[in-house]
Ligand binder design. Sequence first.
Ligand code: NAP
Length: 408
Amino acid sequence: MVQFHNRRYSPDDRKLYNLFCVTEYVIRCCFALNNCFYSGFFMLEHKKYIQRTFELARKGMGKVNPNPLVGAVIVKNNTIIGEGYHEQFGGAHAEVNAIKNATESVEGATLYVNLEPCSHTGKTPPCSDLIIRNKLSKVVIAMTDPNPHVSGRGIAKLRNAGIEVVENVLQKEAEDLNRVFIKYITSKTPYIVAKWAMTLDGKIASHVGDSQWVSNEKSRDIVQDLRNEFMGIMVGVNTIIGDDPKLTYRKKNGRSPIRIVMDSKLRIPMDSYVITHREEAETIIVHTTNAPASKKEILKELGVQCIETKPVQEKVDINVVLEKLGERGIDGILLEGGGTLNFSAFQAGVIDEVITFLSPKIIGGKHAKTPVEGGGIHLMKDAIALEYINVTNVDNDLMIRSKVKKEG
Ligand SMILES: NC(=O)c1ccc[n+]([C@@H]2O[C@H](COP(=O)([O-])OP(=O)(O)OC[C@H]3O[C@@H](n4cnc5c(N)ncnc54)[C@H](OP(=O)(O)O)[C@@H]3O)[C@@H](O)[C@H]2O)c1
């Protein structure tokens, strides 16, 4: 900047100085605007490609558990030259598939991936080493690895090798996509989604027990997708006795969840669909140590898997069941009630998310079932608090996703 100290200066000098200051200010503004424009432009580009990694990652739904859903995109000269996703449990990681599928050299390209590349040898070698070896110049990541033992190490390895890393692009969306993985890897217990369909007056079945159907066809189709997404599906024994449901995934190209029946005293009828059609999906019956030995024997002879817990108020201990299911590698469970089991699960604090299909129908009836029953909570101030994730109109049903607020 021009110095005007220690001298007397004329009105012309002043004019010149003022002009200089204005010019400098304008130039600075231009640079700032330019930077804003470019960083905004690059962020839009980053978001666009990270969105694509989400789409690719979703293709692994129902196939990779308990691994995360991961998609990867390689971009060079503003063109996608390679894409890949984690296709099956134990299979190649998304980054490996994207590099393998690239249509030209990936040297100097940018890799977009929704989860931090791994830095350790698991079932496959570390992806960060592969990225370094293939000389990619930039990696854009939506979220860091939630596993506290490895979190941040993949990023550090890339940076140490001179690769530019951009973090946390669409992080919230990435965490929602992999919410099951995050819960399971950090707690070793499954992520629980309580799902129900109810009429506008809050009933899940009529006063004579009819519940087919509360929600419309499109909503039920979404429920089928959820059954493919989650490794387990859990119901109380009254739902089995009342409805004899199949609890299977009935669309093409997917797998049925493991059916888990909470049945303290083994009241389940032996001709229930979940027992007689085990070739369609695994069934696990959970009972207490007090269940009749004769029933345990019949189930053993039939080859039905059982889990036993000590009774808590004469019922199966939900927390112990979830630990045992976690040990079996079950990372997520769709809890399909009914109301008695739902209340117990809320009371035990094990529910992470609620998905409600609200149907514009009224059926009334003080004995008609509601989604959460049990003893109930006495005071409003003690109500279980939720926050909305999103609300979607599904052919005039409302699908409401909400997350249970947890302390700490
Ligand atoms: N519209 C919908 O979305 C929907 C979904 C599901 C069900 N439903 C309806 O709901 C009705 C059944 O609901 P419900 O409330 O009567 O029964 P439920 O919740 O299906 O089953 C409750 C039973 O599960 C057993 N259980 C085992 N461990 C438990 C624990 N820790 N906590 C609570 N229960 C435990 C108990 O029987 P034991 O003590 O013998 O073990 C309990 O009585 C059916 O009519 C069905 O149609 C509707």
